[in-house]
Structures are given as structure tokens and as C-alpha cells.
Design a protein around this ligand. Structure first.
Ligand SMILES: Cc1cc2nc3c(=O)[nH]c(=O)nc-3n(C[C@H](O)[C@H](O)[C@H](O)COP(=O)(O)OP(=O)(O)OC[C@H]3O[C@@H](n4cnc5c(N)ncnc54)[C@H](O)[C@@H]3O)c2cc1C
Ligand code: SF4
Length: 562
């Protein structure tokens, strides 16, 4: 059978591509390299701490031997271990002095199951940035091309937030916002008084604070404020492929989902230059097979998509499919992360925060927007929260016996944490390539990832820490600790850029519709297509790009253009 479209990957981007294509009447095959995951049944959100293996802890021996990279992610635990790849099974290499932490999950739904759900639009300023300061290539789209698609994906996904009227962080179609804690609101007033153009807003997150009929029809219900989200949510209260896009795609009866299907490469017809389907290796049996389709959507995540493209070599495209520009795999970006400061926030000893709000506050970018920067372009935003320390603080406090127990029965102080997320510049030398000699256990060449920070990133890192300290000091915080140590490229978990969008086929891989310049029926709609990253969490933009590209691709197919 020939499908109308094959979608490679079932995560954040693949879920949207499948839904939008299927809703336009196309017969869609979704291929997912990982295992099947059943919404609800395969989550661990219903388990109490004492029901978790080793009370939720993974032994150091196991983490070091099998999950040395994944275990560095805050969301890795015994409750979520089944959602992360075993690094020992999925090798990649880096230069010894330039580690890259590739955080990933291979299963139905991809990382849409484990994500932290912060959802922000990019703005006109972000889409213009490359053109204005000359880094990377000009985006062939602007905010006006994306606005209605952001509306579309936000309405369906369900994003809670508040309209703040900021040009550089456009408002969206929001469900009611989650409340700030009283110290957070007070901290916001102090920051805004001292720095009149900075704002502290409630985080915008993909949680149903007031589900609509459309959400309820998919079996989703309101968030219960349990903060167990990375285990999967049986209420479907946060957006994921499993709670939302894949069930919506399946109800059209136009979608076939095949798991354990590792896409090895895209098959290309040497006469027409078009993609005719994909080669797949069965994860369990290692048997090869081919699926045919009229078009192919690559949504295997930024590095996964680049891996498939680079491995799709032919006499016509010896460097990989759609790679005449030699830009596939290059310009790899992540967000600078792990930087910022924390401290004890004064006062409010008579109150306690209520519930476990799965969200915090956000201080949108102000450097190179309303305030100058210390010798670099672009900027950063801060995610943060101010919550009261609970008894768990005892794990890292010195003490023993009755005194310790008595102390831990009382709530601790309010603690503020500010985490900066900074924009990295696209640079062609930051890239993923494939080994010529080593293959994984499925015979696929092992990726080599080589990324380093440039002077712009180093200058930015210094100011993230000093800004965070200054804001905590003015608020009267004590015990301030500045995190100057950059966690490592990859730990931002916002990889982007390996098949960038651009006007010129000589310098970019896809056009304004996420359509490969060289192969008209091949679309790349995940983070690989990002020409720059902004400093906002990027997944909402992948969703909007995927929905937009699917809309145009379906029309091109109908009109006989591809
Ligand atoms: C702990 C954590 C917190 C995060 N927090 C946020 C946040 O707050 N906000 C935000 O915007 N983003 C966040 N992210 C990032 C977000 O999860 C990713 O940006 C997003 O999931 C990427 O979507 P994707 O479709 O490109 O990739 P994924 O969601 O990773 O999906 C890719 C899928 O493709 C499959 N695949 C890969 N290769 C192949 C192949 N060869 N053949 C077949 N299938 C393949 C994979 O198994 C996977 O299922 C977070 C991520 C993590 C892990
Ligand atoms: S906090 Fe909300 S979204 Fe997260 S697990 Fe609980 S109910 Fe689900």
C-alpha cells in the first residue's frame, strides 16, 4: 500500500503533523522507533512514593553504567526510567573536551511525555534577529506567517497564561493563568520597581486550567496540581502526543501507527528526485522493510532527523538527502541553561504555598530589548519560583536525631530560584555527522556531535549570573548562590537548527513551508528547521510549524504540485 504521507517520529512535532494531515483526509503512516506506550496504563503518576522501585531512586551503579547522560536530567528517576533511552544501547561520540548531553526518549509520544510544558511564542524580533545582526540565515517567515498557527495549536493544546501585552513575547489564546505565590507577586513588584522595563509574569504552560469541550471530547480533564507530570498524566491534563494529537489523529480513521520501527533512511527516486518512502529496521527482529508514500514528514527530533537525512545517501546526494547546501547537520543550537541564582526570600513566615503548582513565573528577555547588553547580541529570559522549603530539605541539611525531626516538622524558609535560558547563535561548525566506521546494533552509523560555545555565549553567561544576583539582592534575599557553571550543551534539551529554513537553496535546507529545497515532497518540521532559537522554550513553535507545514503540504498534494 502507498500512504499519502509518512510521518517519522511520534513526539511533539510528529503528533501535530499526523493530526493535521489526517484531518485533511490523507492516509497517514506514523513510524516510531521506540516502544508503544499506552496513555494512562503506562504512566506511574498513580503510584505513591513507597510503591516506587527503590522509593524512586536509581542506584548510582545503574545510572553510571546504563544512563550516564540521561541521569543528568532532573526528570530522570525510578518513576520515569522507562521513558529515557539507555545510553548504553544508543551510542554517540563527541570530542573529549566538548561533551554534548543528548537527552532523549524513544517511545510513542517522544519527549512530549516528559517535557516541562513551558510554552511561549517567538516574536517578530526573534524572526528578524538573523537578518538584523547577520548571524545565521534570514528566516523566510515572519511573526505574521505564524500568528494564526500559534492561535490554532494553543487552542487545541490548552495553554494557561495571562495576556501581558509585550511585543517581544506575544500574547496567545490562553486558558486561565495559574496564580503566583504571594512572595512571587511581591518579588515581581520589587523587580519591576527597580527595573521599570522588566516584567515578572506567571508562566505560560500547557496545562488545562479550564478544559474546553474539545479537550473533554478527547478524555482530557483539569489539572489537579500534583506536579507528577514527567511520569505521564492519566488525567491528560497537560498536552502530549498521547493525550491530544495522536488520539485526535486516530479518530479520523486515517492513521496507522507502527512502533518499534527505526527509520534508517529516506528512499529517493533517482529519476524524479522525489522521496518514495522510507527504509525501516525492526527494533526487535532487526529485519529491514520499506514503506511507500507520496510524501515524507521528518519529525524525529532535531538530531534524529539529521541522522536520518545524513544516512539517506545516494549517487545523486552522496552527503545525504536534501543536502546539496551541505547544511544538514550543521548550525546545531541549544539554549544556554543551568545558570542563575537561588537564595532565601525574606518574610511571609505566617503563610504556606498551597498545592503543587506545576509551573512558576517567567521574566521575559530584556537584554537587547529594553536594556543594553554587556558585549553580546540576543538575550535570555528567566524561569523561576518562590516556594517554601518542606521537610525534604533535611536531605541536604546537617543534623541528627530528635532535634532534626523537630526542626523538619516546621516549614522552612521561602526559597527563590532563577534559571536563565539564553540564546545560542547558529554556527556552521557546530554539527552532527555520522561515523564512517562505527554502527549501532541496528547497523546505523553512530552520530558524532561536535558543539562548542562562542564568544557571544561566554559573554552572555557572565551576565545571566550577575543579573540574577542583582535581582535577588534588591529583594533582600540572603544565602544567595550564583550558578555560574554552565551545565553543558544539550542539557537545555532544546536542540535546534540541523536542517535550517531559509530563502536560498545554497545556504539552507528547507523553504518557508518546511519543504526541502532539493526534494519537494520531503518536509522537516521539528526543531531541525529552526533558523534561530530565540530564548523562549521552543516546542510551541515546532507545533505551529508542523501544523502550518501539514496544511500547505496537503494543499500542494491535492493541487498536484508535489
Ligand atoms: C525534561 C524535559 C523538559 C522539557 N521542558 C520543555 C519545556 O518546558 N518547554 C519546551 O518548549 N520544551 C521542553 N522540552 C523539550 C521538548 O520536549 C522538545 O522540544 C520536544 O519534545 C521536541 O519535539 P520533537 O517532535 O522534535 O521530538 P521528540 O518529542 O523527542 O519526538 C521525536 C520522536 O521521534 C522518534 N524517532 C527518533 N528517531 C527516529 C527514527 N530514526 N525512526 C523513527 N522514529 C524516530 C523518537 O523515538 C521520538 O518519539 C523538555 C524536554 C525534556 C526532556
Ligand atoms: S500537575 Fe496536573 S498535569 Fe501534572 S500530573 Fe498532576 S494533574 Fe497531571
Amino acid at each position: 500500500m502507498t500512504f499519502d504521507a509518512i510521518v517519522v517520529g511520534s513526539g511533539m512535532s510528529g503528533g501535530w503533523a499526523a493530526k493535521e494531515l489526517a484531518e485533511r483526509g490523507l492516509k497517514v503512516l506514523v513510524l516510531e522507533r521506540g516502544k508503544s506506550l499506552e496513555h494512562g496504563a503506562d504512566y506511574t503518576d498513580g503510584l505513591s512514593p513507597w510503591e516506587l522501585h527503590q522509593y524512586g531512586m536509581v542506584s548510582e551503579n545503574e545510572a553510571d553504567a546504563e544512563y550516564p547522560v540521561q541521569s543528568q536530567c532532573y526528570a530522570f528517576s525510578a518513576a520515569t526510567k522507562h521513558l529515557w533511552v539507555k545510553d548504553s544501547d544508543h551510542p554517540y561520540t563527541t570530542p573529549p573536551d566538548r561533551p554534548f548531553l543528548w537527552i532523549r526518549g524513544y517511545h510513542l509520544g517522544g519527549r512530549s511525555i516528559m517535557w516541562a510544558r513551558q510554552s511561549y511564542r517567538m516574536s517578530e524580533m526573534d524572526f528578524e534577529a538573523n537578518k538584523k545582526d547577520g548571524h545565521g540565515v534570514d528566516w523566510p517567515i515572519r511573526y505574521a506567517d505564524m500568528a494564526s498557527w500559534y492561535d490554532h495549536v494553543e487552542t487545541f493544546a490548552g495553554i494557561s497564561g495571562e495576556a501581558n501585552g509585550l511585543d517581544h513575547l506575544p500574547d496567545g489564546k490562553f486558558l486561565p493563568p495559574m496564580a503566583l505565590t504571594p512572595p512571587e507577586a511581591e518579588f515581581g513588584r520589587k523587580v519591576e520597581a527597580a527595573f521599570p522595563t522588566r516584567r515578572l509574569i506567571t508562566g505560560r504552560c500547557a496545562h488545562l486550567t479550564a478544559p474546553t469541550k474539545e479537550h473533554e471530547e478527547l478524555g482530557r480533564s483539569a489539572c489537579q496540581y500534583r506536579s507528577l507530570c514527567e511520569r505521564g498524566c492519566s488525567f491528560g491534563a497537560y498536552f502530549s502526543s498521547l493525550s491530544a494529537t495522536l488520539p485526535a489523529a486516530q479518530r479520523t480513521k486515517n492513521v496507522t501507527i507502527v512502533t518499534d520501527a527505526i527509520v534508517h533512511s529516506v528512499v529517493q527516486d533517482p529519476k524524479t528526485g522525489k522521496a518514495t518512502g522510507v527504509r525501516v529496521i525492526d527494533r526487535n527482529t532487526k529485519a529491514g522493510r520499506t514503506y511507500d508514500a507520496r510524501m515524507v514528514f521528518l519529525c524525529a527530533s532535531t538530531l534524529g532527523t539529521a541522522q536520518v537525512m545524513l544516512n539517506s545517501r545516494s549517487a545523486e546526494d552522496p552527503r545525504g538527502i536534501a543536502n546539496r547546501s551541505d547544511q544538514v547537520g550543521r548550525n546545531l543550537i541549544d539554549h544556554l541553561s543551568g545558570l542563575g541564582a537561588s537564595g532565601i526570600y525574606p518574610g511571609h513566615a505566617d503563610i504556606y504555598h498551597r498545592g503543587r503548582r506545576p509551573n512558576g513565573f517567567y521574566i521575559p528577555r530584556y537584554r537587547n530589548v529594553t536594556e543594553p547588553a554587556d558585549g553580546y547580541v540576543r538575550g535570555y529570559g528567566f524561569q523561576g519560583r518562590i516556594l517554601r522549603d518542606g521537610w525534604q530539605r533535611g536531605m541536604s541539611e546537617a543534623g541528627v536525631g530528635a532535634d532534626l525531626k523537630a526542626r523538619l516538622r516546621k516549614p522552612g524558609p521561602w526559597r527563590v530560584s532563577l534559571s536563565g535560558f539564553g540564546e545560542m547563535l547558529p554556527r556552521p561548525e557546530n554539527r552532527i555527522t555520522l561515523s564512517e566506521t562505527n554502527t549501532d546494533k541496528w547497523g546505523i552509523p553512530v552520530p558524532h556531535i561536535d558543539v562548542s560555545l562562542g564568544p557571544n555565549e561566554h559573554a552572555m553567561i557572565a551576565q545571566v549570573g550577575s543579573d540574577a544576583r542583582a535581582m535577588l539582592e534588591l529583594a533582600g534575599c540572603t544565602d544567595i548562590e550564583v550558578r555560574k557553571h554552565y551545565g553543558g550543551v544539550g542539557l537545555g534539551i532544546h536542540e535546534m537548527g540541523t536542517a535550517r529554513m531559509g530563502h536560498d537553496p545554497n545556504t539552507s535546507v528547507v523553504n518557508r513551508y518546511n519543504q526541502a529545497h532539493d526534494v519537494p515532497n520531503l518536509f522537516v518540521t521539528d526543531g531541525a528547521s529552526m533558523s534561530s532559537s530565540g530564548c523562549q522554550n521552543p516546542s510551541l513553535t515546532y507545533m505551529a510549524l508542523s501544523a502550518r507545514a501539514a496544511h500547505h503540504a496537503a494543499a500542494f498534494l491535492k493541487e498536484g504540485k508535489i
